[in-house]
Ligand binder design. Structure first.
Ligand SMILES: [Mg+2]
Length: 318
C-alpha cells in the first residue's frame, strides 16, 4: 500500500474501532451526572477507565456498536446498500433480546410493519423520532460510503437512518456525521469543513444544526437531553473541537453524562477518523468486545472490527 492509502486505512479503522471503544467506555456511565467520569478518573492516561458496571462487562460494547456491525456486514455481503437486508438484520437482533435497545428503535423493529413503512408509521403516531439511535450506529456506513463522495454518502446515511427513524432531523444529523468522517478519511479537517457541510443539510433542518455545530456552542446550552440527535452530534463535535487527542475527546464526551455510551460512540467515531487507530489507547482496545445477539453467541473483538473496517474501506478484499 502507498503511504496515503495506508493512512486512509488507519483512519477508517480509527472510525470504526474508535466508535466501539467510546461506546464501551461510556456504557457504565449512562444516565449519570455530568462530571462523574472525571471524578472517578481525574488524570488522563492513568488506566482503569474501561471499568464496566451498570450491567456491562469491562470492555463490552452496546447496541450502538452491535447495530453498526450489522450495517457494515450487510454492506459487504451485498456489495452495497440493501435496505431490506439491513432492516431484517436489525429485526433478528431486536428479537434476540439485546441488553440495550433504544425505545424508538425497539418499537419500529417489533411492530410487524414492512421495512419501508415501519419507521414512518411509528413517527406518524408518536410524532417524536429525533433520537440519536441512527447517528450512533453510523461509523461503518460512513467508512463504506466515503469514497463515493459527499452526495452519495449523505444520501446513504439518510436512507439507513430512515429505517428506524421517521423524523428527518435524525436523517440529517446522520448525514452530517457521514460527511465529517468522509472529510477526515481524506485527510481534511472536518471542523474547517463544517460551514460547507451545513449548506448540504436540508433547509428545514439547517438552522437547528447551525446552532449546535457553531464554534461557540457548548453542551451546557443544549435544549434537550443528549439522547436527542442535535445535542448528541453537537456534543461530539464540541468534544473533538476542544481537545487534541482521541483519549481527551472521548473523556470529554463521557464526562458530559446522560447518554454517555452514544455521545462517546459518535465522538469516538469522529476522533478515530481524525487521529487514526494508532491514537486509541491500547488499554481500551484490549478488553473491547461486541456481543451480537441473534447470531448464535458471536462476539467480535478488536481484530474482527479492524478486519471489518479495512474491508469496508476497500483496503482489503471483502
Ligand atoms: Mg447504547
Amino acid at each position: 500500500m502507498s503511504t496515503s492509502t495506508d493512512q486512509r486505512a488507519r483512519r477508517a479503522v480509527g472510525a470504526v474501532l474508535g466508535s466501539a471503544v467510546g461506546d464501551a467506555l461510556g456504557a457504565p456511565f449512562e444516565f449519570g451526572p455530568e462530571g462523574a467520569f472525571s471524578a472517578r478518573f481525574p488524570t488522563a492516561g492513568y488506566g482503569g477507565e474501561m471499568c464496566g458496571g451498570g450491567g456491562w462487562d469491562r470492555g463490552e460494547a452496546t447496541d450502538d456498536t452491535q447495530m453498526a456491525v450489522l450495517v457494515g456486514e450487510s454492506l459487504l455481503e451485498h456489495g452495497g446498500l440493501h435496505l431490506p437486508d439491513i432492516f431484517g438484520r436489525f429485526r433478528r437482533w431486536a428479537a434476540a433480546d439485546p441488553k440495550d435497545i433504544g425505545l424508538q428503535t425497539e418499537d419500529v423493529l417489533t411492530n410487524g410493519e414492512p421495512w419501508d413503512l415501519a419507521a414512518a408509521l411509528h413517527f406518524q403516531v408518536n410524532q417524536r423520532a429525533a433520537g440519536n439511535g441512527a447517528l450512533m450506529r453510523a461509523a461503518t456506513s460512513a467508512v463504506y460510503f466515503a469514497p463515493h463522495g459527499t452526495g452519495a454518502t449523505m444520501d446513504a446515511a439518510r436512507r439507513i437512518a430512515a429505517l428506524t427513524h421517521g423524523d428527518r432531523a435524525a436523517w440529517e444529523g446522520t448525514a452530517v456525521f457521514h460527511e465529517l468522517v468522509r472529510v477526515a478519511l481524506a485527510g481534511g479537517d472536518p471542523l474547517t469543513a463544517l460551514p460547507g457541510i451545513l449548506d448540504t443539510v436540508h433547509p428545514g433542518h439547517r438552522p437547528r444544526y447551525a446552532v449546535v455545530l457553531a464554534p461557540d456552542w457548548h453542551p451546557d446550552r443544549a435544549t434537550e437531553f443528549n439522547g436527542a440527535v442535535w445535542p448528541c452530534l453537537g456534543s461530539a463535535v464540541w468534544a473533538l473541537r476542544t481537545t487534541g487527542s482521541y483519549e481527551a475527546a472521548v473523556r470529554a464526551a463521557v464526562d458530559l453524562g446522560g447518554d454517555t455510551d452514544t455521545v462517546a460512540a459518535v465522538t469516538g467515531g469522529l476522533a478515530g477518523a481524525v487521529y487514526g487507530a494508532g491514537d486509541i489507547p491500547e488499554r481500551w482496545v484490549e478488553p473491547l468486545h461486541v456481543p451480537l445477539p441473534g447470531w448464535r453467541g458471536r462476539v467480535l473483538r478488536a481484530a474482527e472490527l479492524t478486519d471489518l473496517a479495512e474491508k469496508l474501506a476497500g483496503a482489503r478484499a471483502g
